[in-house]
Structure formats: structure tokens, C-alpha cells
Design a protein around this ligand. Sequence first.
Ligand code: CA
Length: 227
Amino acid sequence: MRQPGQGRGMTRLLVIEDEPRLASFVVRGLSAAGYGVDVADDGRAGLTIALTGIYALVILDLNLPSLSGEAVLAELLAARPEQQVLILSARADMSDRIHFLELGAADYVTKPFHLAELKARVAARVREAGASLERHSNDGIRVDVHARSVDTGGGPVHLTDREYRLLHHLKERTGKACSREELLADVWGMWFDPGSNLVEVTIRRVRHKLGPEIIETVRGVGYRIPA
Ligand code: CA
């Protein structure tokens, strides 16, 4: 089966958006950029399509009929923690953005947006869907890139997109402590402190899934994977 973001054939995207003009604008723009784009105009149908297909990225509106975007996100990630989801929302508050990133969304774009920005963000997410950790396997951590699963010896464990990217960042710098600011910038694209405990919460989840010793806290500096 074709994996997202790589190989022959089209990379498939799913747009869940009930506003017909916006949906067709997004579909046309992304189709012109070379993606195969499916569309759903309500939350329940969108969730069903997302769970029956394989999509490199799901682009999700929040205010949807039949099932809210937030409920779609929660159900989708519960079933497929590795699914990348980009939220399209009219809510521009930082607290909303942080809330949905904490829930596991890979990115958050506020309406109105420029098609060029959406395309750039979609391309970045699709690239990440195919990014590799395989070359860093000298520390006993085995990673299945496409399944977004990690095995430290106890069997494969699925990670959410953020958990995976945080682990990826630390793993590429094994033995070196990484600051909270560095992780916020690289894993969440936040070049400022949003005053949230996103990093701490995600570290806690990774430790819960893979064991507390996987990531060390270096007091006053940050976090590292021990060499
Ligand atoms: Ca809507």
C-alpha cells in the first residue's frame, strides 16, 4: 500500500469543510499542487472517510454539522494516533491554537488564509509524514516511521504526531540537552513562549508510553535522551 508522502502515485488529502465555496477553493488549490483531494461536508461523514482511507493529511474545519471538528479530531486520533491533522479555523485566539495542538493536531491555520500559506504548510506536513528516524538506531530505540511507532524492547508503541516529532528531535541529538524553547520552535513551530505546558505534557505522555527513563530532565537546561 502506498505510504503518505512518498513513492509513486498521488499523495492523498482529505478536506472536511462544510462551507462549499471554501471547500472548493481549497480542493482546487491543492489539486493544482498535485495532491489527490477528497472532500466531506460534515463531521460524521468526514470521520468515516478518514478512518476508511489512507490520507497523508486531514484538513479539518472546526464548526461542522453532525459532529464538531473537535470531536472528529479526538475520535480520529484515538483510532489513528499517527494521523496528521491540520485544523482550519476562524478562531484566531492563541488559547484555541494551543488547545488543538495539545489535542494532537499537527498544525493550525486561521481563516482567512492565503492559499500559498496553506500549500506550504500542507507540503511541510506531508514531508514529515515520510520523515525518517531509521538512521539513528544506535540507542536501542527502534522506530517504524510509517506507523509512527517506537519499540524500546517491549513491543511497538504508537505515538501521536507531536510525540513522535519531539522524540525525533531529541533522538537526533542523543546525549545533548534540548531547551524547552528549542522544542517549542522545532516541534510546534512556536518561536515564542505561549505560556503553556505543551512541552511538559508531551514529555510526560512519551514517558508514560515508553518508560520514564526514555527522556531525562536536565535541571535548568531541558531534556535529553541519555547517550
Ligand atoms: Ca464550518
